[in-house]
Design a protein around this ligand. Sequence first.
Ligand code: SF4
Length: 469
Amino acid sequence: MSKKVFIKTYGCQMNVYDSNRMANVLKPHGYEMSESSDDADLVILNTCHIREKAAEKVYSEIGRLKKNKVAKAAEGNDMFIAIAGCVAQAEGAEMMKRAPAVDMVLGPQTYHRLPEMLKEAQAQRDAGRNSSRVMDTEFPVDTKFDHLPEESDFDNPAQFLTIQEGCDKFCAFCVVPYTRGAEYSRSVADVISEAERMAAKGVVEITLLGQNVNAYHGAEEQGEAAGLAALIKAVAAVDGISRIRYTTSHPRDMDDELINVHRDVDACMPYLHLPVQSGSDKILAAMNRQHTREDYFATIDKLRAARPDLALSGDFIVGFPGETDQDFEDTLDLVRRVKYAQAYSFKYSPRPGTPASTIEEQVPEEVKSARLARLQDLLEQHQQEFNDASVGMEMDILLEREGKQAGQLIGRSPYLQAVHVDLQTADIALDADRDTPYSGYMDKLVRVKIVEAGQRSLKGELVGTVPQP
Ligand code: SF4
């Protein structure tokens, strides 16, 4: 009999990818995806440790799920609760103690063991225990990628593909090196075979994912290690793949070969997320970022020389311990010089177990809030300016989903802007045989003229189709 699994995903794209793979691991064991935890036999919270109070949020979600679990048990039905991801890795043992409703805790490197763990949990339940206690947060040497079943369903023409996990950089504020472990890169053959499976199912855009993606050093068949530049070229050669992105990069790993890929490989999209976190050399050193602001500017100059229309995105932490007004002004100055097309910015908050969490010289909360507001005003102004400059341009847009209005499809520009395309007003032949009249355009690359720009999205008019890859 088929069972239902509900997976709630927190945080980054890596977690989105992991959740899809968990669903894939469970499928041969009779689990179908459910839209809600209410009718699920198994609920997985795939957690993220980056945001503030991450563990508290997970505990309150467990509290809600526990009520469901108790109600189901009263009707004689089983429900299992599993905690996966980075909070599980960092605080799994504590979680097992504090939340008896949790049946399983699994770290990011062990989710291929889910079916085995479920069996174990079921055996404990059958033996009369109210709650099972199964935990695996190891970093196995034989990686999960060797044990995962092949992905078969791709519901979107743009997909993520994890090529690298873990990080050896040890930025002072970050939990990733502790929750995801040391850097590990999948082999080139492994990545290419997944890209080929995606292309065979109609995927045209791949975002190569890694916590420190440009530190990629996957084994080639000859036994040598390939860098990210070589991998992008290999993925670009896969029939059907016409768009490639990669995230998240560290400035120190932007080597010349990779920079030149932005000039030489048409499939490499003119968009790069290159976090800097702060514009102050003193704070960059305290964060252990291992580069200066001048190093960063030099990299940006090279990138823009290689690809003049490159859109840049960044991450910023304001109020890192010891950040003075002048340090913050340096950040604003860096932002004015780089002019990001979009960016993510947060107030610093300590993560247990990281070196920065023990620094005494914390910045007062109200100072952090005021600085964040100023930074975000500037970033939003630049994003609006970047979007305004798109008006009148024609771009290839990959249409990925339906919009809220009838006849509207939403896609991404080469610069990762969300573009709303109104097909109702377009002079196009409708395909009346389809369930929805515009579905013939879904998942396709189309030529669009940008007619309006908001801060977070653009509006465009269809001007033609594009030869499909
Ligand atoms: S490079 Fe990124 S993932 Fe690695 S420690 Fe620094 S912030 Fe964390």
